[in-house]
Design a binder for this molecule. Structure first.
Ligand SMILES: [Zn+2]
Ligand SMILES: [Zn+2]
Length: 169
């Protein structure tokens, strides 16, 4: 599978469907069309996606998050597999570029990667601004990760910063 600048581990964190690819009939590694933000896509295999037979719609509020050389960056994001969002596209930006999506982490995955000291505080410090303002009780949010809440992790390929977006079902 091709390497994507904005999506680190497609095999593990993209959402694949059993519906055969609508372009070639391939049944393996088919991206679920519901995450494409457009109506006419049901299933696209990775091979057809790499051949640019379909692209992901990038909403205008996401496009506006980058400024310098934005057309190139947006074009690249359009041909990056979609994140399986629970609510809406909230692709993060840092250093005027789209961040690399590194996956959905639950509590164990978080602790394995970042250590167990002061875990909840560290988790809170990594939340995106929009997620952070919606938090009533950080402990409740933390306990809900992997259950009703999905935590999407992003890393900046320029400065290494991590940001987390949380969305609940
Ligand atoms: Zn295909
Ligand atoms: Zn950065």
């Amino acid at each position: 599978m091709k390497k994507y600048k904005y999506f680190a581990d497609v095999e593990q964190y993209a959402f694949f469907t059993k519906t055969p690819c609508q372009f070639c009939g391939n049944e393996s590694n088919c991206l679920e069309g519901i995450y494409f933000d457009r109506e006419n896509i049901e299933s696209v295999c990775m091979s057809c996606f790499e051949k640019m037979k379909a692209c992901v719609e990038v909403p205008s509020y996401i496009r506006r998050r980058v400024n310098i050389d934005s057309a190139t960056k947006i074009e690249q994001l359009k041909y990056t597999p979609p994140i399986p969002w629970v609510q809406y596209n909230d692709w993060q930006v840092c250093c005027d570029d789209f961040m690399t999506y590194i996956g959905e982490y639950d509590q164990d995955a978080f602790s394995n990667k970042y250590g167990v000291e002061g875990t909840v505080e560290l988790f809170e410090s990594m939340l995106s601004k929009d997620t952070h303002v919606k938090v009533d009780d950080i402990n409740v949010l933390w306990e809900d990760i992997g259950y009703n809440t999905v935590a999407y992790f992003f890393m900046c390929s320029h400065c290494g910063k991590t940001l987390i977006v949380c969305q609940s079902y």
